[in-house]
Design a binder for this molecule. Sequence first.
Ligand code: PEP
Length: 252
Amino acid sequence: MRKNIVAGNWKMNTTLQEGVGLAKDVNEALSKVNAACDVIICVPFTHLAPVNAVINPAKLGLGAENCADHKSGAYTGEVSASMVASTGASYVILGHSERRQYYGETAETLKEKVALALENNLTPIFCIGEVLEQRENGTYLEVVKAQIEDALFNLSAEDFSKLILAYEPVWAIGTGKTATDDQAQEMHAFIRGVIADKYGKEVADNTSILYGGSCKPSNARALFAKPDVDGGLIGGASLDAESFMGIVEAFN
Ligand code: PEP
């Protein structure tokens, strides 16, 4: 059966020293509770190896926030999937709306990134979600369906089963506006149906679909109670160990 997961996305926040301190705080807090979900932190590239050195991998997973769409070579400033894996990380966020919006990521580049992540045994946390205009003009379901089809439906069922999906309505990211639990459930159930139509019910039922967008301790419990919401991808609230743990504990 699919896993419940709470994953933090630190984005471009924290110095190395602050990040290692935050990772230690989360690790310490997790050592004192029996978390009823998998917990992951996705951190800047510079922080991966030092954070890996201070966390207990049995309790806290580690991921990057992106990887390159090429294997290696003359791509100044890029970080490859194999480099990410060599730090000890096991996950990578791909297709975050900020990457799509500010760095021009397309379905074509994302296909390459997903393939390279999988080749390097990294689990992609693949983000999809509509912008406000698409929510308001009623095209949000077809937009998200196309994002999944265009970047992921080249995968075999075996490879698709290795993914974690994150539905992140762009209008809810960092805005303080959260999708209601019913809006999240509608989309998550729809996504599961799209997966079932392509790969069958078993693959769909086993795919973890996280919600992301201004998720915090005060709204996490209601969101996670919905049958197709399998946890959260957490931005702002993951930068404070106490608020991140408040979301983790929404599963207890
Ligand atoms: C995100 O960017 O993945 C995210 C969910 O951000 P926030 O929680 O800050 O809205």
